[in-house]
Design a protein around this ligand. Structure first.
Ligand SMILES: Cc1cc2nc3c(=O)[nH]c(=O)nc-3n(C[C@H](O)[C@H](O)[C@H](O)COP(=O)(O)O)c2cc1C
Length: 442
């Protein structure tokens, strides 16, 4: 079931959701009337690939798939490689369980994604592009395919566009996979039908990606912003949100929030403004917000003024990640939830590196020790040291960020961890056997 799109009463700008509702069936006429494909036609008619990349760089667009990497830099790196064959891959895998932002965008405005892919392909001179979705995102795949077919019929893309010197095939690929499959190098391997494990970076995909060729991998939200930027200009995008990380972003509100759903906000908006505005406040008291899914972090109620930017969230110990904000009330045990996240990450680890395979398991065991009364006073330090080791040895972002739930929990809810160890008490009453387990032989 799709989540509702939340409207903002504050007149926040709409880039990604501007056409939502217009094109629900993937019909190109309605989408075109609302402005679809104008940017692409203008780009190929009057802008050189290099000029397109310059506009994207000047706009300050950053990756919306969690990396926050400047899109223009990535495109330029790919475009300047000597190989003549290059690819664009739109990452719509949306690995975070429960997240529905990318799927919703692809279902409600498939043309924005397809047009963004086409512009990126023009910019880096790629002749083939792939949009990768989860195998379960059936409707999103259908809508994307309908949008691609309609754009081919118009002659914008496909082999018919060969007459204009810019043939471009865009394919939708459904893949199955674990949380790690959303990581870009894993995704590329999955596309190549190889074992889904990450590769060492560098070389980055923009240098050596799909089948060894330079490849731009961008999240579908990143690419969907591109037509708007080409149409409105780099300056217009730069003026939205905060200058160091401009534009808008999509968030998914869930948990104890009164109005769960998906909302578009300008970057730099505080978490508080999102929860109190479109979210319609939380039910009861707010204990914490889990920001960014399993590799994200827990922020306490007094950190709600944290701005939603990559830097702001990272500094606070969270991650933009998938864009999910899950509100938690006093009935939630942070120790228990952080442990659950860590165990999930251990389960989803592809196992390629020992620090990830064994380190995340040991972290989850230490977390479970707090929940069952087996933790010792030194375990907080042990967990911090182990987290640092796993982070430093990281091959991919799963490993690098696997300690975020426990570390952010220990940072902001230190007293709760302490109570689990010293008093043998779970204040939320979630870790029930804790007293009994505390007496059990070790
Ligand atoms: C474990 C893991 C899962 C990821 N899952 C996704 C995902 O589902 N979608 C996505 O766009 N990026 C995901 N990423 C980030 C990608 O590796 C990559 O940075 C991103 O697709 C690049 O696009 P962007 O520059 O537009 O953000 C994931 C990273 C990690 C470490």
């Amino acid at each position: 079931m799709s989540l509702p799109i939340l409207t903002s009463a504050r007149g926040w700008p709409s880039v990604l959701l501007a056409r939502v509702g217009v094109d629900a069936a993937g019909g190109i006429e309605a989408a075109e009337q609302a402005g679809a494909w104008v940017a692409y036609q203008n780009a190929v008619a009057s802008l050189t690939p290099d000029a397109v990349i310059s506009i994207i760089s000047e706009s300050g667009l950053r990756g919306r798939g969690g990396s926050g990497y400047p899109a223009g830099d990535k495109w330029r790196d790919c475009a300047t490689r000597s190989e003549s064959q290059r690819y664009v891959v739109a990452n719509g895998f949306e690995a975070d369980p429960g997240a529905q932002i990318d799927r919703t965008l692809m279902e409600l405005d498939p043309h924005a994604v397809v047009e963004g892919v086409a512009i990126a392909a023009w910019a880096v001179r790629a002749g083939s592009a792939y949009i990768v979705v989860r195998a379960s995102a059936v409707r999103a795949a259908e809508r994307l395919r309908a949008a691609i077919a309609a754009a081919e019929e118009r002659g914008y893309i496909g082999s018919v566009a060969a007459e204009t010197g810019r043939p471009l095939t865009i394919e939708v690929r459904e893949i199955n996979g674990t949380f790690a499959a959303g990581e870009e190098t894993v995704l590329l391997r999955a596309l190549e039908n190889r074992r889904a494990q990450p590769d060492q970076r560098p070389p980055f995909p923009s240098q050596r990606g799909l089948w060894g060729k330079p490849t731009v991998v961008n999240n579908v939200k990143t690419l969907a912003a591109v037509p708007w930027i080409i149409s409105h200009g780099a300056g217009a995008y730069l003026s939205l949100g905060v200058r160091e990380d401009p534009g808008t972003t999509l968030l998914q509100l869930g948990g104890t929030i009164r109005k769960p759903g998906i909302v578009e906000v300008p970057t730099g908006t505080s978490i508080r403004d999102v929860l109190d505005g479109p979210g319609g406040f939380v039910h009861g008291s707010l204990k914490a917000v889990l920001v960014g899914g399993p590799t994200g972090g827990f922020l306490p109620a007094d950190a709600l003024d944290t701005p939603i930017t990559h830097a702001g969230l990272t500094e606070a110990g969270a991650l933009a990640g998938s864009g999910t904000l899950l509100t938690l009330d006093e009935g939630a045990c942070i120790v228990d939830l952080a442990t659950l996240m860590t165990r999930f990450l251990n389960d989803e680890s592809c196992g390629k590196t020992i620090p990830c395979r064994i380190g995340t398991r040991r972290m989850a065991e230490l977390g479970a020790g707090f929940c069952s009364g087996r933790a010792r006073p030194g375990d907080v330090q042990l967990l911090s040291d182990l987290s640092a080791d796993v982070h430093d040895a990281a091959l991919c972002g799963l490993e690098a960020n696997a300690s975020n739930p426990l570390l952010s929990g220990m940072r902001y809810f230190a007293a709760e961890f302490e109570q689990h160890i010293v008093g043998g008490i779970c204040p939320a009453g979630v870790c029930q056997p804790i007293r009994a387990a505390a007496l059990a032989p070790r």
